[in-house]
Design a protein around this ligand. Sequence first.
Ligand code: SAH
Ligand code: SF4
Ligand code: F3S
Length: 468
Amino acid sequence: MERKTPLISPEDLRRQEEISDYIKTWWQGQGITPTAYVETYGCQQNEADSEQIRGILDRCGYGFTDSAEGADLVIINTCAIRDHAVQRVFGNVGALVHTKRRHPGQKIFVCGCMMGNPEISGRMKNSYTHVDGIFSPHHLWQLPEHLYRVLIRHRKAWAVEDSAGAIAEGLPVIRTNNLKAWVSIMYGCNNFCTYCIVPYVRGRERSRLPEDILAECRELIAAGYKEITVLGQNVNSYGKDLGMDIDFADLLASIAELEGEFTLRFMTSHPRDASHKLFDTMAAHPKIAKQFHLPFQSGNDRILKAMNRHYDRAKYLELIDYGRSLMPELVYTSDVIVGFPGETEEEFEDTIRLIERVRFDALFTFIYSPRPGTPAAELPDPTPKEEKNRRFDRLLQVQNTISEEKHRAYIGKTLRVLVDGKDGDKLTARTDGGRLVRLAGDDSLIGQFIRVTITDATTWSLIGALTP
Ligand code: SAH
Ligand code: SF4
Ligand code: F3S
């Protein structure tokens, strides 16, 4: 099979670099070190994109601030997954009228998944006249060109037209954390779950070449990173577009075989494509964290079908059981949607029963939010909002009890954790299974793998003490 996804050519990338250098010189010529504020909504994929945005801006000469007030450039990287997220962005972008009034030179860009939707980007363009530019995720790599247009040509920059979504390798990156790194291994999604907007705003699945991913991971490990999380909307279909003899489990194994002390995580997995081979690979490689985020969305087969998920409850449970048979300590987390159009009380109870059967360590719970343009948004949805809220609260209650029980079961255990930061006067750390641990200890432990004994637990976290 031929590779379908082209890479952006080195010439095109070099042109963007030249524009970056030009912008940097332009600012220097005015004796100004410009500042930029980048605000990120949504998932880790967007966080990773913002790290590239910062990398590009750094090359253009920008320093960074943590507020829009007084910044020369504001970039809002948006999420379209639920209406609530979209409304928040519109509100916050609206409020930038005031920061711009106080600092008239301020330039404002809006990018990310919302800008991948023509209705939403159209509204941004037409109603928010203080916005100088918008670009969809496909056009991120051309940020220097967009900036040039706005700063130097005094024009607006609109880059939202659909494109094949080629891959730009080697963009500069400024990472927010110096221990834990995100590495996108693929972009887009082909699944078209009927409720979800992602395939429309991020385009079709395309995988990076394994050698590019491995080179990036090698560099991260050499630079002292202790945790790498490989990212994709559906990592299990990694490689299908490459026309090479490699699947996700192979890729994961080859990263896990790199020299050095680090933990390897991945997200997100779609149950349809999660293979026994993937579980076998996890079990065989100590560096792959024993944590599996496996969104189930609903415990009812009719709803799963209506969601176009391509697996049923039995298949999901089979995967869960297979993983546990190989790795009894495996930590499962998941996503679930309450109130999909037409979900009955009994169908909802199937979701509760699945949660009670699997006993996840943690769940990300969402009330269904209709996304215009998706098939589910056209379905009749007779369940009142109050009823959905009631189901949601009941689900949370069930899960909180389980989370607390699961966390209490850690008490007395000694675990290896990576100390990753500080919260108040306590150090924070993560277990191999991704559970948060708080402990007293010296700052010099940050960045180290240590052993802690768990002394107490809450619904959300564990309390630990350094094991002598
Ligand atoms: N690609 C990932 C999910 C990305 S979106 C996967 O398939 O697992 C993260 C979560 O948001 C989804 O798992 C789903 O639970 C939730 N979500 C997506 N669209 C939604 C919508 N329209 N309403 C409510 N929740 C939604
Ligand atoms: Fe959305 Fe489904 Fe793709 Fe996940 S797999 S991004 S839920 S369409
Ligand atoms: Fe949101 Fe886009 Fe991620 S819609 S959840 S930021 S892929």
